[in-house]
Design a binder for this molecule. Sequence first.
Ligand SMILES: [Zn+2]
Length: 295
Amino acid sequence: MKRRAAPACALAILLLASSGYAVPNLIMLSIDDGVTDSALDTAYTATVVESGVGNPNGCRPPITWCAAHGTAPMLHCDCDAVLQAHSLGHELATHTVTHPDNGESLSYEEWVEVVGNQRSWLAGCGVPEEEVVGFRAPYYVTNSALGSALQDLGFLQSCPEVQKATHSHLFCGCAREVPAEALPGSGGRHSDPQPVDGKSILERLQEDFESKRGSGVPVGIKVHEPYLEDRQAMQTLITNRIRLSNRGEIIAFLRWALGQEDTWAVTYSQYISWIEAGQGSLNGKVLSNSTCDAA
Ligand SMILES: [Zn+2]
């Protein structure tokens, strides 16, 4: 299986791989759209906590929330839930305040407004603005105006790839991008993976993990709250198909992956910090200052 690395990070990973340090396996769990008590309960309590897994340092996997505070029910963010997530060591990122479905035609000014206003909204809840360093485009749709907008908002010191408006590098930190690739065999879907090509969701995630094992390239679990609800279990009854619910598959993957040697679940900004640190263990300078929710 060919290894895929974000071009922006490929050199750093190559240097890591040749630096003599063991390169960990990485998992990043992100939830898009609303941040509410319900979403926190579904994604964290009923999925991460329920899985019983922890990182090698004994902390539960943190979630990166790509938060959008719009008007539709699934786009509602609640300050109490946002602060609870923050107090658990989760990352709050901006996914725009309006969740526009026309990213390809937004102007520079419109990007600045929708990206920046969500960061301001999170800051208004009490999340330190300097900690809101991540962005994900709604529907992964971007255009050439976005790169300048992110740069001028202080999200990017250098992020030239986003200027190309590709669909592969859409989550940016201060100086790095993280690949937003789809899982093997998917047909290009970035979020909410489904079984395809006779492979279960668990098998697709495992295949992705194996293709990246020891490379430092993260496996992304990119989902929404409804994906993790129990609707699939009901559907299974109706169609008489035997398979786990989506959430059951994600729990199974977390248990399998965190059972592999030197495997860590991190936030997007922790991953970027680790790349920028250039070497060494995650447990050192990168995670030592992070809030730990002990497993
Ligand atoms: Zn979204």
